[in-house]
Design a protein around this ligand. Structure first.
Ligand code: GLA
Length: 389
């Protein structure tokens, strides 16, 4: 993989070529993995994501005419937009994310000065590592700096979620933007999505490491069942609200759920809630395990999380299942699960450093046999949040 300097060098050249002048500032925004706590950030649950050191690089320069010029080295489409042309349009492609952020600042009463921006992401796209939130947080940081920092990074995270929900129409939770905006090197975050309280846990994995495994089965969230899952949870919550006092599904402990689960008679909705409640309990257990340095226990919880996402939440699919199954069958792999929204994309595995080479080789062979696709592996570090470089 190219290093930071090489990437910025590429961006300077492309920026100058496209816009006819030099860029003035350079930025980086990480992407994220989620260690555990999946599909519960829109159910008031606790999640445990971690910002990682692959992400989106950007260079910018000001322009006087108020126009926003955009290019990405990953995508063909480029564009120049004025401040009355910010609305979502399919044809705007990736630029909907930066334009959505500009629109959000505008809705909050700020005039965003014109700028040219060239970006490049070294995140595999459609892999569930949150390339879109990475772009949103990059642009949010750039604009916030331009305006003299009227917003905190927590507020910028919420603005990113606004872009997903109101601009793009994907009803995602707050996890991705928050994990990126407030990322801390060498740490995972435990975020309570019902009130945004959060703390950091040291990601000290000793003789183990986290391996990212890409199914190379791209998923598109818009086309996936993401919004459907969210509305199933809302339906189940409505049913429960008729009989018990509850704001979010994840308020319930597993024991409390067992007492009231007969109220949710629809079998599918019942399983959706079961996932949320048990996943929340697994996050609590994972957090304790990490504090004690009990990585074997963490590994077991990852495996249980995947099982629940497969059987009860039904967001894994044959590719992720095959990859996780191949991973946990290898010596030195103590846990694995899908990460992010699911329906394709990436999984993570907790692997003994001593076994990593053989594990990757064997997983690759198994997965290819099963699916006909080549799995891809990434060993990444953790990262601080978006920043000027
Ligand atoms: C996507 C969404 C997040 C979260 C995960 C699933 O990444 O953007 O808000 O719901 O899926 O945990």
């Amino acid at each position: 993989m190219e290093n930071n300097n090489e990437i910025f060098e590429k961006l300077y050249i492309a920026h100058q070529e496209k816009f006819g002048h030099k860029s003035e500032k350079k930025y980086f925004s990480p992407s994220r993995i989620n260690i555990i706590g999946e599909h519960i950030d829109y159910n008031g649950g606790k999640v445990m994501p971690c910002a990682i050191d692959i992400g989106t690089y950007g260079v910018v320069s000001c322009r006087e005419d108020g126009v926003y010029g955009m290019q990405s080295l990953n995508m063909d489409r480029t564009g120049q937009y004025q401040s009355h042309q910010l609305d979502f349009a399919k044809s705007k492609n990736w630029m909907n994310y930066p334009l959505g952020m500009i629109r959000c600042f505008k809705e909050k009463g700020y005039t965003v000065p014109g700028f040219n921006m060239t970006i490049y992401g070294n995140i595999p796209s459609g892999a569930g590592l949150s390339s879109s939130a990475s772009v949103e947080m990059l642009v949010g940081k750039i604009i916030n700096d331009m305006l003299g920092e009227p917003f905190t990074m927590e507020e910028i995270a919420l603005m990113g979620q606004w872009v997903e929900n109101q601009h793009i129409g994907l009803m995602t939770g707050i996890m991705d933007q928050f994990a990126i905006a407030k990322g801390k090197k060498d740490h995972a975050m435990i975020l309570n999505t019902s009130n945004l309280e959060h703390k950091y846990v040291s990601l000290e994995l000793g003789e183990y490491t986290l391996l990212i495994m890409n199914t190379n089965k791209p998923r598109s969230l818009q086309e996936s069942k993401y919004n459907e899952r969210r509305s199933q949870c809302e339906k189940a919550l409505e049913v429960l609200k008729k009989s018990i006092q509850i704001e979010h599904l994840c308020e319930m402990t597993v024991a409390q759920w067992q007492e009231v689960q007969h109220l949710v008679s629809d079998e599918v909705l019942n399983r959706r809630v079961k996932h949320c409640v048990t996943e929340q309990a697994r996050v609590e257990a994972a957090s304790e395990a990490m504090e004690k340095g009990d990585l074997e226990e963490l590994g077991k919880l990852l495996i249980q999380s995947h099982e629940s996402l497969k059987e009860d939440y039904e967001v894994t699919g044959v590719h992720l299942d095959s990859l996780v199954k191949a991973a946990v069958a290898q010596a030195g792999v103590i846990g694995a699960r899908m990460t992010g929204a699911g329906f394709g994309g990436c999984a993570i595995a907790l692997v003994a450093k001593a076994n990593i080479r053989e594990a990757m080789d064997a997983i690759k062979i198994e997965y290819l046999k099963d699916t006909g696709l080549e799995a891809e592996f990434f060993m990444v570090g953790t990262s601080d949040g978006p920043r000027e470089e």
